[in-house]
Design a protein around this ligand. Sequence first.
Ligand code: KG4
Ligand code: ZN
Length: 338
Amino acid sequence: MRILAIETSCDETSAAIIERGENGRMHCVTNVIATSLALHSQTGGIIPEVAAREQAKFMVPVIKEALQDTPIDSIDAIGVTYGPGLIGSLLVGVEAAKTLAWVWNKPIIPVNHLYGHIYANWLSEIAPQESDFPALALIVSGGHTDLVFMENETSLRWIGGTRDDAAGEAFDKSGRLLGLSYPAGPTIEKYAKSGHKGVFTFPRARLDTPYDFSFSGLKTAVRNEVQKLQSQGDLTEPMTYDLCYALQEAIFDMLIQTTFKAAEDLNVKTILLGGGVTANQTLTERFRAVATEHNLAFFSPERKFSTDNAAMIGAAAIMHNTPLPWEELRANPELYFD
Ligand code: KG4
Ligand code: ZN
């Protein structure tokens, strides 16, 4: 099966050709990504109208480049993200997919963006196997933090998530308080490497629902600390490194504690990560170490498939192949788990 996949839920415009051969393995033929990130870093965050306009500008050239040498006749279906995301951005990909489906007379497979972050793991050389299930997936992105129980490769049951900010948002909003440009996650990871343990400690939220997360208190604690240091004239560069270290550790501790509690309660064999925050190597190394301690298998997407991209949407389309006539497809910015 060969899919043309399209992803435009936020500020990345992406198109990919993904195929699955006889052996069941996924293969990424092309994965083209254009991003309007530079514009958003100037404004300190994403302005939806700006993101949508950039999507419209990039969509056709990105699809053209992704198609390269793939004959249109050889494409079985078009997979497209229909939610969740920014409505203006989503509409660009959805309408492009509908137009191609009509002109080429191909089926369209609607894809939940969050499923894409999970199935990004199936694009690796070593992908999860049937014997790795039941599994627990943790999605950590700029917009989402969700724990999903997977009885098998295709069943997805949401069991918990963030009550306020997403993990990526905790990085971005705290980074803004520290004067870092958007998105702050990669810079915080870099600065944390030069930071010292024990200089600052931020609170870990404790909730009465066992599989939920909360990161908004962390942002407040960072704000208080930054204001205190600034008023004393003490917010030096090495101090910023120490703050980044403490912030990152607090986020990771909360993610690890809740995920492995759920893994134990639900008796899973495997932990799967997904989402932009998994580009953070410190996070994946910590998860891998704890998974090993608990005798659990561990998967995290290759870095190039962790932040938003169309290849993961193609992988999800292959795993959840439920085509729809193009006339029936609607973008759904509020889409969640069933
Ligand atoms: O999955 P993604 O590309 O977009 C959404 O679907 O939201 O995730 C983007 C998020 C941003 O919040 C960004 O700061 C975070 O992923 N991120 C990181 C790193 N790289 C990206 N967070 C921590 N460390 C990183 N290295
Ligand atoms: Zn995403």
